[in-house]
Design a binder for this molecule. Structure first.
Ligand code: FES
Length: 149
């Protein structure tokens, strides 16, 4: 496993060097590129992004964690993320989160995520990378069932 990570690190450095200018303005494009390649952003990749763009690692981490579409875990397992922004949380998101944790929390990874900037469609829920608006507990459970078939 460690060998694979070392190879990926070297490869990522090389790809970033050849594909992205070493300018801070490329932070989000680089993060999205990595997510497209890995399906999520491995923690070690943040260090490489920091090195490549010459941006402090804390700033890279801060940017990456403030965008709800950036994931730090793979979508291999079914993951449900409930928007915890104010609109979503009080339009039913909290109830959805609590109910999912008690009903399917042992089978599905249930998390909260930051505002997805689609507040007018609250409550938003992301299921394995796909967003659903005006969600209810039942609509989320239906999606989970549909995906597990
Ligand atoms: S509060 Fe959920 S999208 Fe903004």
């Amino acid at each position: 496993m460690a060998v694979v990570i070392i190879l990926e690190r070297k490869e990522l450095r090389s790809i970033l060097t050849s594909s992205f200018p070493r300018e801070k303005t490329y932070l989000l494009p680089v993060l999205h590129y990595i997510q497209d390649e890995f399906d999520f952003i491995p923690e070690w990749a943040l260090q490489i992004v920091s090195w490549h763009l010459r941006v402090p690692a804390s700033e890279v981490y801060g940017a990456a964690t403030s965008y709800s579409d950036i994931r730090f875990v793979s979508n291999d397992n079914q993951t449900v993320r409930v928007c915890s922004g104010l609109s979503c949380w009080y339009m039913g998101g909290k109830g959805i989160y609590d109910q999912l944790c008690s009903d399917v929390g042992n089978e599905v990874c249930v998390e909260v995520t930051n505002c997805a900037f689609t507040c007018s469609m609250a409550p938003l829920v992301e299921i394995s990378g796909q967003w659903f608006s005006r969600s209810t507990v039942q609509s989320v459970l239906n999606q989970i069932l549909r995906r597990s078939d």
